[in-house]
Design a protein around this ligand. Structure first.
Ligand SMILES: NC(=O)c1ccc[n+]([C@@H]2O[C@H](COP(=O)([O-])OP(=O)(O)OC[C@H]3O[C@@H](n4cnc5c(N)ncnc54)[C@H](OP(=O)(O)O)[C@@H]3O)[C@@H](O)[C@H]2O)c1
Length: 334
């Protein structure tokens, strides 16, 4: 089969497209023909050896895909050949086939295309778990989303709206903010891409407070970190929740803990992959809710670009260079 491989750590351009052996099956695995794969931020880090989880070289990146089951191991009784599924593999999805454990498979409704399915679960799963289970967001509360036009950011806007929150979207360009509005953001805030000095951080914080009538945001959703984190925490409301989602800006912020005391607010960690592994029943319930929201038309994954497998490195470049809006898809079988 064909695959796009990381044979040595380096930038996306160093990935190689070549033939490799088909995956080996066993009684506990499910074999899937991949149709579409999506890029998530860990792909950017993994190929450069900057991610906490390190697959053995050579490996195909691609943590998530959609496809059709072609074979099930003897010990798998609830799936069959021909089922359309999402595969949450962690890596290995930039390839024509993949063999995974039962736990990595989620069946999808007929109304969901393969591109949309590949774009769906990690972003919407993370934002849904973050807002519902971790922040326990309530209708009428304000939600401030950083990196709001990114994969998890746009999903947070749509889920926040579906849960009745007032959503303020922050991003680095007017084009990105316009997409946030299309996906339901009530208000927007433009920030610069460069280093944010102290006085700019203060202005940023003040602007969030203005947009929340001086109160601050009840829930802050932060997948970016870097210089944006502290001013956003400073603009969190009394008894608010600050969700630590990720560090796309690269730097892991160091936060003065007195801010949490003064605001009576919670700094809440969110690790969707670990939640999925530790609480499979709660995860399955969440997936069911998400699929229902999708079927009702409340969730509309946005795909900014698609690339063929051979050019899949460009998909990772889009995320690395801050060009992606919503999701970027690698089409394996067209
Ligand atoms: N905690 C969890 O369970 C979980 C699950 C999924 C993802 N995540 C994390 O969430 C973060 C976002 O993931 P994603 O897949 O949504 O990525 P994404 O689509 O690339 O979105 C990230 C956003 O971060 C902003 N950003 C700021 N500085 C950046 C930089 N130097 N390089 C790239 N982007 C930068 C960009 O928006 P602007 O240009 O508008 O600033 C971009 O849209 C990642 O850190 C990822 O690991 C965590």
């Amino acid at each position: 089969m064909k695959a796009l491989l990381c044979e040595k750590y380096g930038p996306p351009k160093s990935l190689t497209y070549r033939d490799i052996e088909d995956p080996r099956m066993d009684d506990n695995l499910v074999l899937v023909d991949i149709y579409s794969a999506s890029v998530n931020f860990p792909d950017v880090l993994m190929i450069e050896d900057k991610y906490q989880f390190k697959p053995q070289l050579p490996f195909a990146p691609g943590g998530e895909a959609s496809g059709v089951i072609t074979e099930t191991g003897k010990n798998i009784s609830d799936l069959k050949k021909g089922d359309r599924v999402i595969v949450s593999s962690g890596f290995g999805a930039f390839a024509e086939k993949i063999a995974v454990d039962r736990g990595a498979i989620t069946t999808i409704p007929d109304t969901m295309s393969h591109d949309i399915a590949a774009a769906f679960l990690m972003t919407y799963g993370t934002s849904h778990y973050a807002l519902k289970d971790r922040a326990k967001i309530q209708a009428g509360e304000t939600l401030f989303v950083l990196g709001a036009a990114g994969g998890v950011g746009l999903a947070a806007i749509e889920i926040g709206k579906a849960m009745g929150a007032e959503v303020i979207a922050a991003a680095s360009s007017e084009e990105k903010l316009s997409i946030c509005k299309d996906h339901g953001a009530d208000k927007t805030l433009l920030y610069s891409t460069g280093k944010m000095e102290r006085d700019e951080q203060k202005k940023f914080s003040d602007r969030i407070k203005e947009l929340t009538d001086g109160k601050g945001a009840d829930v802050v959703y932060d997948p970016v970190g870097g210089d944006y984190a502290e001013p956003s925490l400073r603009a969190t409301a009394w008894e608010g929740r600050y969700l630590v989602i990720g560090f796309a800006a690269g730097d892991i912020p160091k936060i003065p803990l007195n801010l949490s005391l003064l605001k009576g607010c919670q700094i809440v960690g969110v690790f969707w992959g670990a939640f999925r592994g530790r609480s499979p029943e709660a995860h399955n319930k969440n997936v069911k809710e998400l699929m229902e929201m999708f079927e009702k038309g409340l969730l509309r994954p946005h795909i900014s670009s698609t690339y063929p497998l051979k050019e899949g490195y460009k998909a990772i470049e889009d995320l690395a260079h801050r060009k992606a809006k919503g999701k970027v898809i690698v089409q394996v079988k067209v």
